[in-house]
Design a protein around this ligand. Structure first.
Ligand code: AMP
Length: 179
């Protein structure tokens, strides 16, 4: 069974279309018989993804920092709860427990997770890829910044093999199946 880590928004204060995007990705995981590995919080795109994934038959693994547990922020959808101490060890656990990583629209937490994985891959700690699901062109701005940094020589040319952009659920399905 394939494990797919999903990084995505904790915010609820975003357009309804993004919740539909999260549900679409959750459904895909169920359809592929995959395991979802994610932050385990009971709100935002995290909960929307997990809910759709669970309903469609995916196994749900939440990697949960103790502080979230103390604040009663943990989703009730988890089949397995992996406790962790803080956001740093959580990123490593999510990376270790997954075959491929997908980032849906998110904020600074999602950016932190994307670059944690990508930076480790650029210096050879692992060979997993981060797939940016470009719903509504959400990641165009980030890719443009990375392109400029690459033109100036600050970003290694190989980054485009590590951070990959997909524009449709079909493209995402193909990449997950390839892993
Ligand atoms: P953000 O993109 O800033 O909304 O942060 C969401 C991402 O960071 C998720 O992929 C989570 O893994 C992690 N994260 C940030 N805040 C939380 C939270 N309150 N509960 C669980 N995970 C969180």
């Amino acid at each position: 069974m394939k494990s797919v880590a999903i990084f995505c928004a904790a915010s609820e204060n975003i357009a309804p279309g993004y919740f539909e995007v999260a549900a679409e990705v959750g459904n895909l995981l169920g359809r592929l018989g995959a395991t979802l590995v994610y932050g385990g919080a009971r709100f935002g795109l995290m909960e929307a993804t997990a809910k759709a994934a669970k309903i469609s038959g995916a196994r749900i693994v939440g990697v949960v920092p103790r502080i979230l547990e103390e604040r009663d922020r943990v989703s009730s959808l988890l089949d397995e709860k992996v406790p962790c101490n803080n956001l740093s060890d959580r990123k490593d656990i999510m990376l270790t427990r997954s075959d491929v990583i997908v980032a849906l629209p998110g904020g600074v937490g999602t950016l932190d997770e994307i670059f944690h994985v990508a930076a480790a891959a650029t210096i050879g700690y692992h060979s997993k890829r981060v797939v940016l699901y470009n719903a509504n062109g959400f990641w165009n701005g980030l890719m443009s910044v990375l392109g400029e940094m690459s033109d100036e020589g600050f970003v290694r040319a190989g980054l485009h093999n590590i951070i990959i952009v997909v524009n449709s659920i079909e493209e995402l399905e193909t990449i997950i199946k390839e892993v």
